[in-house]
Design a protein. Structure first.
Ligand code: FES
Length: 180
């Protein structure tokens, strides 16, 4: 038997879009947890307690909540977790590097706390992108040379040989040359 549950959190009932419509779908399966009544969820376990045994959990939430749900999921009844962030993930252990845009004959410097996409957009505003989280592939760019620290979840190992997602992947330092 399929027993879907929805856990809906937000600042307050007044700030949560479509609240009445969602509850009307099935009041018994829509769990409403506004922060001003329950507090901001401090653990993933308190949200995962609604998951039936063997459930697949889909979590779209602030980064803190996703981290908590990821941490607590193995101890819950849920069997799997998929998640989507509201915002781009923070850059972890980034180092500065240079990008040479071969076709436009430009060299750009990417600082440790910015993405290649952000820096390229400063000078090429029409560069294509979408998710900015490394899963849609819209920003894929051919790499002519350089060592890439691949951080995406969309390209295959074979594609990594000569392609990178500029929204999340970086160089390990030095300079990379892109076909752009
Ligand atoms: S914008 Fe989606 S993978 Fe880069």
């Amino acid at each position: 038997m399929v027993c879907r549950q929805l856990v809906y959190t937000g600042r307050s009932r007044a700030s949560m879009p479509f609240l009445d419509e969602l509850i009307a779908l099935d009041p018994a399966r829509v769990r409403v947890r506004p922060y001003d009544e329950y507090g901001f969820p401090r653990t993933g376990a308190e949200l995962l307690e609604y998951a039936p045994a063997g459930a697949t959990v889909y979590c779209c939430a602030p980064a803190t909540t996703i981290a908590n749900v990821r941490r607590d999921r193995p101890a819950s009844a849920a069997a799997a977790l998929h998640f989507e962030r509201f915002t781009t993930p923070p850059i972890a252990e980034g180092v500065p590097f240079e990008i040479e845009l071969q076709r436009s004959n430009r060299v750009l410097t990417v600082p440790a706390d910015r993405t290649a996409l952000e820096v390229i957009r400063d000078t090429v505003p029409d560069v294509a992108y979408s998710c900015q989280q490394g899963f849609c592939g819209t920003c894929r760019t051919r790499v002519i040379s350089g060592e890439i620290d691949h951080r995406d979840r969309v390209l295959t190992d074979r594609e990594h040989a000569d392609t990178m997602t500029i929204c999340v992947s970086r160089a390990r330092g030095g300079r990379i040359v892109l076909d752009r």
